[in-house]
Write a protein that binds this ligand. Structure first.
Ligand code: SAM
Ligand code: FES
Length: 356
């Protein structure tokens, strides 16, 4: 039997074998045990965030990438991928639309695209901040040097999302080409933290080669890093990758892992991801009930959405930002949560700001 108190103790203090055993057990948990786990996770975030669900406006601004991650639909080697880049003005226009809809956090995400030099990224970030001083800007643009990260931070970027993907070296090798390394990815996360960003790490669930042991290492790494955000979502195969044809997972295991992460890091900002909504039409609502507290509706121009196809059957690629938002906030409210368009900073940052 899984007991919430025991789960909490293991995720916070257990060693790798204990974590792997817990994850194996949780994978096989029956309905009643899962419901108890979800309830415990839901209760764990209440003291910090109540029933609020934070909305972030996602702007996917480039589908070019110099990397060739083996699982990713927009990888450099995919000759069938269609590419686009947004200009600074187009990005600001997406944000202006989002601002009018109520968003106060914008997430700029893209492949690692050298066309966006540091100077261009800084111009985009500072331009956003000049237009919307009350908003938080999150970047998700991959691995850069300490100096580059520092420049973006000084230009006004507040947060950075960089999933570590897996904390196990051999598993990392199964997912990435030799020029990319786990050591460098981790170093980037430590650099971002040292600079002062609110940092997000994370991984795909049921990615090729993932085991209970590699997941235990993910938990240990996250426990050590203590990120402000953790992004996890099911791995969904893309037809133009070497992992085409693998089965698409259900939402089940991701939900259990969301709960365990919430118990380990009660203050973490935890998205119910688009990938979760892709594998299950009610995936995002289920994710929120399992302990997640962030959603990231798409503000990218509809004309380009189908070209940011990381995996097959990605949802919300046909709707305008406003439609997408209305639909999602209605669904979230009827699931019993409170849509919150504020900046939605990590609880520690809110507390620190209040003390200052
Ligand atoms: N280039 C940036 C980076 O490396 O962090 C951000 C863009 S990258 C496409 C964002 C995330 O998409 C990755 O961290 C990965 O976990 C996720 N992703 C890529 N392919 C996926 C797939 N087939 N299924 C699920 N998630 C995927
Ligand atoms: Fe770079 Fe996917 S390989 S974003």
């Amino acid at each position: 039997m899984l007991h919430a108190a025991e789960c909490t103790d293991i995720v916070r203090h257990g060693d790798k074998p204990a974590l792997a055993a817990l994850i194996a057990k949780a994978r096989l948990a029956g309905e009643t045990e899962r419901a108890a786990l979800f309830n415990a996770a839901d209760a764990a975030r209440r003291p910090y965030y109540g029933k609020n669900v934070y909305f972030r406006g996602l702007i996917e601004f480039t589908s070019y990438c110099k990397n060739d991650c083996y699982y990713c639909g927009i990888r450099a080697g995919n000759r069938n991928a269609r590419h686009y880049r947004l200009t600074a003005e187009e990005i600001w226009a997406c944000a202006a639309k989002g601002y009018a809809l109520g968003f106060r956090t914008f997430v700029l995400q893209g492949g690692e695209d050298p066309w966006y030099t540091d100077a261009r990224i800084c111009e985009i970030v500072s331009g956003l901040k000049e237009r919307h001083a009350d908003c938080a800007v999150t970047l998700s643009i991959g691995e850069k040097s300490f100096e580059s990260y520092k420049r973006y931070y000084d230009a006004g970027a507040d947060r950075f999302l960089l999933r570590h993907e897996t904390a196990n070296d051999a598993h990392y090798r199964l997912l990435h080409p030799p020029e990319l390394s786990l050591a460098h990815r981790k170093q980037c996360l430590y650099d971002l933290r040292a600079i002062g960003y609110q940092v997000g790490a994370g991984f795909m669930v049921e990615s090729p080669g993932q085991t209970d042991e590699t997941l235990a290492e993910d938990f240990l790494f996250l426990r050590e890093l203590q990120p402000h955000m953790v992004g996890i979502g099911p791995f969904v195969p893309h037809h133009d990758t070497r992992y085409a044809g693998l089965p698409t997972p259900t939402a089940d295991f991701t939900l259990v892992l969301l709960s365990l992460l919430r118990l380990m890091l009660p203050k973490v900002l935890l998205p119910a991801t688009t990938a979760l909504g892709t594998v299950d039409p009610l995936g995002r609502e289920k994710g929120l009930r399992a302990g997640a507290n962030v959603v990231m509706p798409n503000l990218s121009p509809v004309t380009h959405r189908k070209d940011y196809m990381l995996y097959d059957n990605k949802i919300c690629t046909g709707e305008e930002a406003a439609e997408c938002l209305q639909c999602l906030s209605r669904r979230i409210a009827s699931a019993g949560f409170i849509p919150d368009f504020g900046r939605g900073d990590h609880a520690d940052r809110v507390e620190k700001a209040a003390r200052a």
